[in-house]
Design a protein around this ligand. Structure first.
Ligand SMILES: O=C(O)CCC(=O)C(=O)O
Ligand SMILES: [Fe+2]
Length: 373
């Protein structure tokens, strides 16, 4: 008979100790669970919600779409059309693709990751001083105990720090997180976000063209205030099969751009969960719900989740691009005809986000709430 879940994970905690130094070598040097703030047993999932580790079922790299943006630099129109076709096909079939030769310096990514590690290594009390004001805003630090299913159950073995560019609090948050850094990290994050804005805008243009749409460009709904930057930490987990980094979900946004150093991200493809293999310097992009709505269901907002790693702590950088709050998203007329009736009701980003925070939906099904029957 299986022992009780809490006993399997970290037996010391079931005795009510909960100090980091009692959590074994795999977690002892992390401050994530320090100070009795978290009851580790909370992170143990019921059997039905558990999933395979980060090292099973890697995506076949020969099949996973790669978009090489250097193909656009030459100005060769044939090459550009080929890239657009490849990108559109990737968004239609996988909903995910790699981007290489994107112009984001690896040195900038590494500098940010270095700082990120330093922040998450701080004592939990210091991190909680920067706690986000949920549910109203995710801005700031969010412990895994607050990253749950929509009903508030089943916290995730993770923690994150979330920046929005135009918020007055941006510098205050960066300075609070890295007081010793003298403002340089703010500059690095802002520079990274500039790159992300440029990259997503470029992809929007290509994805718009890939649908043959002329009337209304996807860029029209966005500007450079419309991005959120997350740094996420998934501490090494001694029994990764019992907990999860992040539940299966689709991103409600327009698009997300991810940098990861270790495996953990898994995506759903033809009913199977596949692990995405990290590559130095490679960015991973996925279609969000807004892009699926706007493309009348052509581009796929695919479910994904994060599995845990038994020995390595994983850090990821995630940039979410979303429309302006008031932008109303509905598929352009070119995409609608008798054979392709409108699939989704028009929705503003403000309304869509409101639907999330009201918890009116089950995981992954938010988009179905606006489907036209
Ligand atoms: O950290 C990751 O690998 C993915 C995170 C993610 O899917 C999200 O934040 O929506
Ligand atoms: Fe996601």
């Amino acid at each position: 008979m299986a022992p009780a879940a809490g006993e399997i994970l970290v037996p010391e905690v079931s005795a009510g100790v909960g100090k980091a130094q009692h959590l074994g070598d795999g977690l002892g040097h992390h401050s994530f669970f320090e100070g009795d703030k978290h009851n580790v047993q909370e992170f143990v999932l019921p059997e039905a919600l558990r999933f395979d580790s980060a090292f099973d079922n890697f995506v076949d790299d020969a099949e996973f779409p790669v978009i090489d943006l250097s193909t656009l630099a030459s100005g060769d129109e044939k090459q550009r059309q080929e890239t657009i076709a490849r990108l559109a096909h990737a968004a239609e079939t996988w909903g995910f693709f790699k981007v290489v030769n994107h112009g984001v310096p690896l040195e900038l990514i590494q500098r940010i990751l270095e700082q990120v590690r330093g922040f998450f290594a701080k004592p939990i009390e210091e991190k909680l001083e920067m706690k986000s004001d949920m549910p109203r805003s995710y801005f700031g630090y969010t412990p895994g105990t607050m990253i749950t299913d929509v009903d508030g159950q089943h916290p995730s073995w993770t923690e994150r720090l979330y920046f929005k560019r135009k918020e007055d609090l941006f510098r205050k948050l960066a300075q609070g997180a890295w007081p010793e850094d003298d403002g340089r990290i703010s500059e690095a994050i802002l520079k990274y976000m500039d790159h992300m804005d440029a990259l997503t805008e470029q992809l929007f243009e290509l994805l718009t063209e890939g649908l043959g749409v002329k009337s209304e460009k996807l860029t029209a709904f966005h500007d450079n205030t419309c991005g959120g930057f997350n740094v996420a930490h998934y501490p090494a987990c001694p029994r990764p099969e019992l907990a999860r980094g992040l539940r299966a979900h689709t991103d409600p946004h327009t698009m997300a751009v991810l940098y990861q150093e270790y495996p953990g991200l898994q995506l759903l493809k033809d009913g199977k969960w596949l692990t995405v293999r990290p590559e130095a310097g490679t960015l991973f992009v996925n279609v969000g719900d807004i892009l699926q709505i706007w493309s009348n269901g052509r581009y796929q907002s695919v479910q994904h989740r994060v599995a845990l790693n038994p020995t390595a702590s994983r850090y990821s950088l995630i940039f979410f691009k979303n429309p302006r709050l008031e932008s109303v998203i509905s598929a352009p007329s070119e995409l609608i005809d008798e054979a392709h009736p409108r699939k989704y009701k028009a929705v503003s980003w403000a309304e869509y986000v409101g639907m999330i925070s009201k918890g009116t939906t089950k995981p992954g099904l938010l988009i179905d709430k606006i489907a036209i029957a």
